[in-house]
Design a protein around this ligand. Structure first.
Ligand code: PEP
Ligand code: MG
Length: 588
C-alpha cells in the first residue's frame, strides 16, 4: 500500500499501512513524545557516588514500572506478548552495560543521563541503519528503555493517564505505550512511523484496537481534539471528516461489524464447500506472538512458518538446541495441527542481506542456495526440525528452489541427518513430509517433476509474481504492475496445480494471494488443496469457501482463464463474489 495524502475543504485523508483491523470514530489525542532533553555536564570527583546513586535509583524505578506494565499486560494479552517487556527488564539487569555506564561516569566525570544517552544511542543507531525492517522496529524499543531511564534520572513523571475514548495520534508508539493506553480504553491509534511487524502493532491486534501506521506526517496535520476516522482495514485516516464522509464510513463500519458477527460461529467449522469439498485453511506466521490470534481464528495449523524469525535480532546463527527449543515450542503449541517449517530464506529482501552486497539480491544468494552452499548451517537446522517432529505434526519446506537438482541435494542432507539421529537413538518423525515453495518460474514449469520427488508443493505468489512479471515486489515505482490477477500468472498457477495433482500430491498456496477474498473462488476452482493466509483474514476466506460449490468455482475459474487483462479478471471475480455474498465488505 502506498502513502498518499489529499486535502479538501479542511478535510485531510491520509493513506498509510493498515496495521490492525476495525473502523473507529473519535477525538484525537496527540501524544507527541516530549523530546527528552539531555544536557551533558561535568561533575566533580566527589559527586561520583551521588551520580551513581541517581543512576541506580532510576534503573530500579524503571524496573518497577516495567513490572507494573507486565502485570497489567498479563491480564490483557497472551504470555508471549509480554516478552518484549521482560526483554527490557533484562537490559536493565545487564551488569556489563550498567558497569560500563558507571565507569564512564567515573572516568569521564560526566552526568549519568548524558552517559546513558550516549551508550544507548550507539545501539540505537546501529539498529536504525539496519536494512532489516524488524531490527529497525526494535530500535524504537531501545529508545523506549533509554527514555525511561533518563526520565527517571531526571525524576520526571510518566504520562500514562490520558483521556478515555480517544484515538491516540503519535510519531510512534512503543509496546509499553500501547499497553498503558489500552488501560484508558483508547479507541485506536494512528502513527507517523511504524511497520506491521512492530510490537505495538502486534499488541494492537491482540487488544483489538484498530490502527493505521506509516502515515508519515499525521502528527503535523492534526490538532488535539480534532475529529478523526481510523480505518484499519484499508489503512485510511481522515482528519476533520465532513458529514458525507462520516456517513460513508459509518455504513462501512456497520457492514464490517455485521459481516464479522456472522463469521464468529464459523470458527470451529471446516472449510468445506456446499457440495462437500474440503480444503485446509492454515496461517502464515513468523513469531510466537502470533499463535494466540491464529488459534482464536480457528486455523487448522501453520501452513508457513518463516523460520527467519529465530534469526532476527541476532548477529549469529542460533545453535541447534536454541532452534530446537523454538521449533519444539511451536510444534507443541499447535498440536494436533500441523506446522510447516520453511528452512531459512535468508538474503533477498530478508535479513542478513546487508552482509552480501549484491546488485540484484532477489536474484542472488538466498534461500535454499545459501543452505546448500553452507551445509553445516543447513544440517543444524534440519537436525533441530527433525528433533521437534516427534508428534508427527511437522513438515519441512524448502524456499527459492529453481530446479530438480536442488531438491535431490537437499533431500540427501535430510536423509544423512535422519541416519545420524537414528544411529544415536534420537526420536523423530521418520515419515516427515517434505515440500518446496514454488516461487521461481523454472520451478513452476517443472512442478510435475518436483512433485514426484516431494510430498507437497506450496505456491509462493509473492516471489513468483515478481519473477514472472519482472516487477520488484518492494519497488513502489512499479507497484501498480504488481497485480496478482495478471492473466499470465493465473495460467501458470493453473498449470502448477494441475501438474501437482496429476502426481497425486497436495498443492498449497502460502503467498498473499491465498488470503485475497477475490481469489478464493478462483483458487478453489483451480483445485488448490490448502490456503495458508494471514490470521486476520482467515474467517472471511472460510466464509467464502463455505458459501460456494466446487462445481460453480470450476466454472468461474474456467472463465477467468479465458480473460486477457488483469482488470477484466478482477472485475469478473468481484461481480461473482458479490453475487454469492452480497454483504461482503471488499477493500477499495
Ligand atoms: C512468497 O514468496 O510468496 C512467500 C510466501 O514467501 P516470502 O513472502 O516469505 O518470500
Ligand atoms: Mg518467497
Amino acid at each position: 500500500m502506498m502513502y498518499s495524502k489529499t486535502v479538501k475543504n479542511g478535510m485531510i485523508t491520509i493513506t498509510g499501512v493498515p496495521a490492525s483491523p476495525g473502523i473507529v470514530f473519535g477525538k484525537s489525542y496527540c501524544y507527541l513524545k516530549k523530546i527528552i532533553k539531555v544536557d551533558k555536564s561535568s561533575i566533580l570527583k566527589n559527586a561520583i557516588p551521588q551520580e551513581v546513586v541517581r543512576l541506580e535509583h532510576a534503573i530500579e524505578r524503571s524496573e518497577y514500572e516495567l513490572k507494573k506494565i507486565i502485570s497489567f499486560a498479563a491480564n490483557q494479552v497472551g504470555k508471549t506478548e509480554i516478552k518484549i517487556f521482560e526483554a527490557q527488564i533484562l537490559i536493565l539487569q545487564d551488569i556489563i552495560l550498567l558497569e560500563g555506564i558507571k565507569s564512564r561516569i567515573k572516568n569521564e566525570l560526566t552526568n549519568a543521563e548524558a552517559v546513558v544517552d550516549s551508550e544507548f544511542s550507539k545501539y540505537q543507531s546501529i539498529m536504525l541503519n539496519a536494512k532489516d525492517e524488524y531490527l529497525r522496529e526494535r530500535a524504537h524499543e531501545v529508545e523506549d528503555i533509554k527514555n525511561r531511564i533518563i526520565r527517571n534520572i531526571q525524576q520526571e513523571k510518566l504520562t500514562s493517564r490520558i483521556d478515555k475514548n480517544v484515538i491516540v495520534v503519535s510519531e510512534a508508539l512503543t509496546a509499553g505505550d500501547t499497553i498503558l493506553f489500552s488501560r484508558n480504553k483508547i479507541l485506536g491509534f494512528a502513527t507517523d512511523g511504524g511497520g506491521i511487524t512492530s510490537h505495538s502493532t502486534l499488541l494492537a491486534r491482540s487488544l483489538q484496537l484498530p490502527a493505521v501506521v506509516g502515515l508519515k506526517d499525521i502528527t503535523k496535520n492534526i490538532n488535539h481534539g480534532d475529529l478523526l476516522i481510523v480505518d484499519g482495514y484499508d489503512g485510511i485516516v481522515i482528519i476533520r471528516p465532513n458529514e458525507e464522509t462520516i456517513e460513508k464510513f459509518n455504513y462501512e463500519k456497520t457492514r464490517h461489524d455485521n459481516f464479522e458477527k456472522k463469521l464468529i460461529p464459523l470458527r470451529d467449522q471446516p472449510a468445506t464447500t456446499l457440495d462437500n469439498h474440503t480444503v485446509s485453511l492454515t496461517v502464515n506466521i513468523e513469531f510466537m506472538d502470533e499463535i494466540p490470534i491464529m488459534l482464536k481464528q480457528g486455523a487448522q495449523g501453520i501452513g508457513l512458518y518463516r523460520s527467519e524469525g529465530v534469526l532476527i535480532g541476532r548477529d549469529s546463527i542460533p545453535t541447534e538446541d536454541e532452534q530446537f527449543t523454538e521449533y519444539e515450542k511451536l510444534a507443541s503449541t499447535v498440536a494436533p495441527h500441523r506446522i510447516v517449517i520453511r528452512t531459512f530464506d535468508i538474503g533477498g529482501d530478508k535479513i542478513f542481506s546487508e552482509q552480501n552486497d549484491e546488485e540484484n539480491p532477489s536474484l542472488g544468494w538466498r534461500g535454499i542456495r545459501i543452505s546448500l552452499d553452507m551445509p553445516e548451517l543447513f544440517k543444524t537446522q534440519l537436525r533441530a526440525i527433525l528433533r521437534a517432529s516427534t508428534r508427527n505434526n511437522v513438515d519441512i519446506l524448502f524456499p527459492m528452489v529453481s530446479g530438480f537438482e536442488e531438491i535431490i541435494e537437499a533431500k540427501k542432507y535430510l536423509s544423512e541427518i535422519k541416519d545420524e539421529l537414528q544411529n544415536k537413538n534420537i526420536p523423530f518423525d521418520k515419515n516427515i513430509r517434505v515440500g518446496s515453495v514454488i516461487e521461481i518460474p523454472s520451478a513452476a514449469l517443472l512442478a510435475g517433476d518436483l512433485a514426484r520427488e516431494l510430498d507437497f508443493l506450496s505456491i509462493g505468489t509473492n516471489d513468483l509474481l515478481q519473477f514472472v512479471l519482472a516487477v520488484d515486489r518492494n519497488n513502489e515505482r512499479v507497484s501498480k504492475l504488481f497485480n496478482r490477477f495478471n492473466p499470465g500468472l493465473l495460467r501458470l498457477i493453473s498449470q502448477i496445480i494441475t501438474q501437482t495433482k496429476s502426481e497425486n500430491k497436495k498443492i498449497a498456496m502460502c503467498g498473499e494471494m491465498a488470503g485475497d477474498p477475490l481469489a478464493t473462488t478462483l483458487l478453489i476452482g483451480l483445485g488448490l488443496d490448502e490456503f495458508s493466509v494471514i490470521p486476520d483474514i482467515l474467517p472471511e476466506i472460510k466464509k467464502i469457501i463455505r458459501t460456494i460449490t466446487l462445481k460453480d468455482a470450476k466454472e468461474i475459474a474456467k472463465h477467468a482463464l479465458t480473460l486477457s487483462t488483469s482488470a477484466e479478471i478482477q472485475n469478473y471475480l468481484q461481480d461473482e463474489l458479490q453475487k454469492i455474498i452480497p454483504d461482503i465488505p471488499l477493500s477499495h
